[in-house]
Design a protein around this ligand. Structure first.
Ligand SMILES: [Zn+2]
Length: 78
């Protein structure tokens, strides 16, 4: 797996993966800080974040994306 994913590092040198799109009102914004990038990635995978290939986004944002698509489809039908 490539490791060109975006990480946020805190003052303790811990890593967290930020939500890539941040479009949901209740977006998590940032994953949990972990000692290693691997653990940070494991955390978002356990939280079922969606991998876009270039990053990850949270379940809340995924729901928002799906709602947006559903809204577009509804509009087309009317
Ligand atoms: Zn999000």
């Amino acid at each position: 797996m490539s490791d060109n994913l975006p990480y946020t590092e805190n003052e303790k040198g811990e890593f967290a993966i930020p939500c890539q799109i941040k479009i949901a009102k209740d977006c998590v914004q940032l994953g949990q800080f972990c000692e290693t990038k691997e653990e940070a990635r494991d955390w978002v995978e356990e939280e079922c974040w969606i991998s876009s290939g270039e990053g990850h986004f949270c379940v809340q944002c995924n729901d928002q994306v799906l709602r947006n698509i559903a809204n577009l489809q509804t509009k087309k039908m009317n």
